[in-house]
Ligand binder design. Structure first.
Ligand code: DGL
Length: 281
């Protein structure tokens, strides 16, 4: 699994709950985080370098937990890089499964084939500037559930708050309101909100205090884990290539003690990471 930092551990934690028998290697590019404020080319290059490093380490399947990387790099990697250089490997992102969940669709739904349980209404995503600017969620939603209206809100201060451990108090509350109020103060607020960034589930308690109980707030960990489980059932050729020792290794490109401290909180267990250098392409 790859993420721009340690936020993707919120997704890995769910994956290990649903698929505990698999072996995991997590790479967090903390030295170059945040990706969310970077341009398309830079995110693409960084993601490609990380993916190649994980392939070289022997991973047959990579999940890009990072929404920014999934939005800005996944399509090109899947359509151009893999067929030309790694035809036997797969890279999956988080946008497609999240959109399925946002629209109330079953895993692997095909446009026009399955009637969405939420055929119309308003949904919203909260994400980084890069994710929102890419319009990846709008494109995917228009494809799968065109009756749904999508609101998108970039929350550029939330990642720095989580990265610095400042998640409770008047300061974080002010920034929660800053990005949530414009969504909630609309004549037709969303029925469902997706936290489309790996870091945001850390802010869930504060978010839940602001968002009225009638509005669902979705985190990606359980969504991605459940749908990966389903994807593996539909792709036995990949499933049988995954090693099953229940192990979990953590690599970070920055100081490992900081990664262990913050990451341990997200994983709900103590972790020991290894500092690595991602070879530049
Ligand atoms: N991991 C990123 C995402 O899910 C957020 C952090 C960043 O900006 O690097 O979009």
């Amino acid at each position: 699994m790859f993420d721009s930092g340690f936020g993707g551990l919120t997704v890995l934690r769910s994956l290990r709950e649903v698929l505990p028998e698999l072996d995991y290697l997590y790479l967090g590019d903390s030295a170059r985080t945040p990706y969310g404020t970077r341009g398309f080319d830079v995110v693409h290059q960084f993601t490609l370098e990380a993916v190649e490093m994980l392939f070289d380490a022997g991973c047959p399947l990579i999940v890009l937990a990072c929404n920014t990387a999934s939005s800005r790099a996944l399509r090109t990697i899947q359509q151009q890089h893999l067929p030309a250089h790694r035809p036997d490997r797969r890279v999956l992102g988080v946008v497609r499964p999240s959109v399925e969940a946002l629209a109330g669709l079953p895993p692997g739904a095909l446009p026009g084939v399955t009637v969405p349980s939420m055929a119309e209404g308003v949904v919203a995503i909260l994400g980084t500037q890069g994710t929102v600017a890419s319009d990846s969620y709008r494109i995917e939603l228009a494809h799968l559930a065109p009756g749904l209206r999508l609101l998108q809100q970039a929350c550029p201060m939330w990642v720095p708050l989580v990265e610095s451990g400042e998640t409770v108090g008047a300061g974080p509350d002010w920034f929660l309101h800053r990005y949530l109020d414009p969504l909630l103060d609309r004549p037709q607020p969303p029925d469902r909100i997706l936290l489309a960034c790996t870091h945001y589930p850390v802010l869930m308690p504060g978010i839940r205090q602001i968002v009225p109980p009638g509005i669902e707030v979705l985190s990606q960990g359980p969504i991605v884990a459940g749908r990966l489980h389903d994807w593996l059932i539909r792709h036995p050729e990949m499933d049988e290539r995954l090693s099953r020792g229940g192990g979990c290794e953590f690599w970070t490109t920055d100081d490992s003690s900081r990664f262990d401290e913050l990451g341990g909180r997200l994983m709900g267990q103590s972790i020991r990471s290894t500092k690595v250098h991602i070879p530049c392409g």
